[in-house]
Design a protein around this ligand. Structure first.
Ligand SMILES: [Ca+2]
Length: 245
């Protein structure tokens, strides 16, 4: 009804604009199936596992083409590492010890590498000469738990053939890997350990043009008739007005 009011106000301006107004009205009806930008996201994640992790699957739902036309895909990949470490300096001299927790992450789709990064936690400790007990504590040792690091990367794709693999029913499978390269360094006489766990998540966002529902044929016909009547009645009034002026 708002459309009619809008059209009517145009028509009441000038007689010469009547034809133009009719065209505008027809235009509005014809474009009622216009596309609207919309987006939809799906996520998938894994739990912490002991590294190395090679080609583990992360699946998300494909894009349902009945929703509209897929215009772009944005992939956000996040990797987390968790670690525990301990060291004991057994040298008769003090030493600086560095604990470095890290893992190389990569995300693949259809044998193509999409995103890679290397989250890292690093910290250094000054410890004394050997305290006589190899307990990863005391004055010459240390125990570290729940060290963490995280990193994330995002990339958008609009290439038509790339987008094609995201369209359909069911899931699309990504593969992620996490290859740890954690390390404890210090004196030449060390006892040390380090464990590295990793997990990953992906968020896939589909940007698409949503097709609004087109009115039923009968409704369109109805609008056409009402519009036609409106035009006639408006035209009549304006003609009278013009003749009177
Ligand atoms: Ca000790």
């Amino acid at each position: 009804m708002i459309r009619f009011r809008k059209a009517s106000s145009i028509m009441t301006t000038k007689l010469l604009n009547t034809l133009g107004a009719a065209t505008t009205l027809a235009g509005i009806i014809a474009t009622s199936g216009v596309a609207n930008a919309a987006s939809l996201s799906y996520t998938s994640s894994s739990n912490y596992e002991f590294t190395d992790i090679i080609d583990e699957t992360l699946s998300v739902q494909k894009f349902d083409s009945s929703l509209g036309t897929l215009k772009g895909v944005t992939i956000q990949f996040t990797g987390d590492i968790l670690g525990n470490a301990g060291f004991e300096n057994r040298s008769p001299t003090p030493t600086q010890t560095t604990v470095n927790l890290s893992s190389q992450f990569s995300l693949q789709l259809n044998n193509q590498s999409l995103l890679t990064f290397n989250p890292e936690y690093s910290s250094s400790y000054q410890v004394a000469k050997y305290d006589g007990v190899t307990d990863y504590g005391g004055t010459s040792g240390k125990t570290l738990s729940n060290l963490t690091a995280t990193e994330s990367a995002t990339q958008s794709f609009t290439n038509t053939s790339f987008l094609q693999s995201f369209i359909g029913n069911g899931d699309i499978d990504f593969l992620f890997s996490a290859i740890a390269n954690s390390l404890v360094t210090g004196s030449g006489n060390m006892r040390s350990y380090i464990d590295t766990y990793a997990k990953a998540s992906i968020k896939v966002t589909y940007d698409y043009e949503e097709v609004k529902s087109v009115p039923e044929a009968s409704t369109t016909f109805g609008i056409g008739v009402v519009a036609g009547l409106c035009l006639l009645s408006q035209r009549k009034k304006i003609l009278v007005k013009v003749l009177n002026s």
